[in-house]
Ligand binder design. Structure first.
Ligand code: LCV
Length: 261
C-alpha cells in the first residue's frame, strides 16, 4: 500500500504512515497531499484505530511545508488557486480516528499546521516548529489559524506568525503542544507506538465522539451546523455493544475487548 510519497506499516490496530520524500524535505506538492488524504481514507474504513504520521527516522527536516514551487506564480488569479496543503490539513483535522504526529527535525509552515491538526504529538528533543506565511507574504485561512489557536495560547500563536521564527521542542512541550519528548530515535518510536497501542485498546466510538466534540468547541468554522452529527456520534457510543462490554469487563475485573460497534 506504499505510495510515491509515503510508506505504510500496520501493527494490530495501529497504522504508521511515513513520509518518504526526504530528498525534498517532505515538502507537500498537490500529489503528496492527495496521497495522504487517500491513505487516511483507507485507514478510516479498514478497521484501523489509531494513526501515526511520521517521517523516516533520522531526518533533519520533518517537513518543509508547502512545496514552494507549487504556490501560485502571480501570472494567474491566485484566488482561483486550490491550496491542496490546506485541503489536506482539513482532512487531517476532520479525520475521525486519533492521529498522533511523530516529529523529528524541523517542521515548517503548512507542516506546522498539520502537526497542530493532529490529536497528539510525540517529538524528538531536537525538533523545531515554525509558522512561516509572513516570510513568504501569503494569507492564511480561518480554519488554519483556529487550529493554531486551539493548540497554543493566542499570544504565542501571534508571536510565531509575526516573527516566523522556529520554537524548540522543549518550548513546545512547555506550551503543551508536545505531549511527549524523546531524547533519541529509538525512544521516539517506542513512545509513539506505546501511546498508540494504549489508545487502540480504548473504546473506538467514545474516542470518535470526543474527537468531534473537541473539534466543535475549538474550531468555529466547523462548529456551525454540527449539532446533529455530534449527537449521532454520542448516540453511537451510548447504544454500542462496546459500552455493554466496558461495564461488564469492569464488573468482571478483566480488560475490555472493544469491537468498535
Ligand atoms: C520546495 C523545498 C522546500 C519547499 N518547497 O536544505 O505556511 S505557509 O503559508 O508559509 C506555506 C505557504 C508553506 O508551508 O510554505 C513553505 C514554508 N517552508 C519554509 O519556509 C522552509 C523552506 N525551506 C528551508 O528553509 C530549507 O530548505 C530548510 C531550512 C528546511 C532546510 O535547509 P537545507 O539547507 O538543509 P535545502 O534548502 O538545500 O533543501 C533541500 C532541497 O529541498 C528543497 C530545496 O529547494 C532543495 O532542493 P534542490 O536539492 O533541488 O535544490 N526544498 C526545501 N524546502 N518548502 N522545495
Amino acid at each position: 500500500m506504499d505510495t510515491q510519497y509515503f510508506s505504510v506499516e500496520s501493527r494490530g490496530y495501529v497504522r504508521a504512515i511515513s513520509m518518504t520524500n526526504s530528498r525534498k524535505h517532505n515538502s507537500f506538492n498537490a500529489a503528496m497531499s492527495a496521497d495522504l488524504v487517500r491513505l487516511l481514507e483507507v485507514a478510516r474504513h479498514d478497521g484501523t484505530r489509531v494513526v501515526l504520521l511520521r517521517a523516516e527516522p533520522g531526518v533533519k527536516v520533518w517537513s518543509a511545508g508547502h512545496d514552494i514551487s507549487d504556490l501560485p506564480t502571480g501570472d494567474e488569479d491566485p484566488l482561483n488557486w486550490t491550496n491542496t496543503l490546506a485541503e489536506m490539513a482539513d482532512a487531517v483535522a476532520g479525520f475521525p480516528l486519533p492521529l498522533i504526529a511523530v516529529v523529528e527535525g524541523g517542521v515548517w509552515g503548512g507542516a506546522c499546521e498539520l502537526v497542530m491538526s493532529a490529536d497528539l504529538v510525540v517529538a524528538h528533543i531536537d525538533s523545531t516548529f515554525a509558522i512561516t506565511p509572513a516570510k513568504l507574504g501569503v494569507a492564511y485561512s480561518s480554519g488554519g489559524v483556529s487550529r493554531f489557536m486551539a493548540a497554543l495560547p493566542s499570544h504565542i500563536v501571534k508571536e510565531m506568525f509575526f516573527t516566523a521564527e522556529p520554537i524548540s521542542a522543549n518550548r513546545a512541550h512547555e506550551l503543551g503542544v508536545v505531549n511527549r519528548l524523546a531524547a533519541d530515535e529509538p525512544e521516539l518510536s517506542t513512545q509513539a507506538w506505546e501511546l498508540a497501542e494504549r489508545i487502540a485498546q480504548r473504546a473506538p466510538l467514545t474516542l470518535r465522539s470526543i474527537k468531534a466534540e473537541a473539534r466543535a468547541v475549538s474550531e468555529p468554522t466547523y462548529a456551525a451546523g454540527t449539532a446533529e452529527e455530534l449527537k449521532s456520534l454520542r448516540d453511537a457510543a451510548w447504544t454500542s455493544e462496546d459500552y455493554q462490554e466496558g461495564v461488564q469487563a469492569f464488573r468482571q475485573r478483566r480488560p475490555p475487548e472493544f469491537r468498535g460497534r
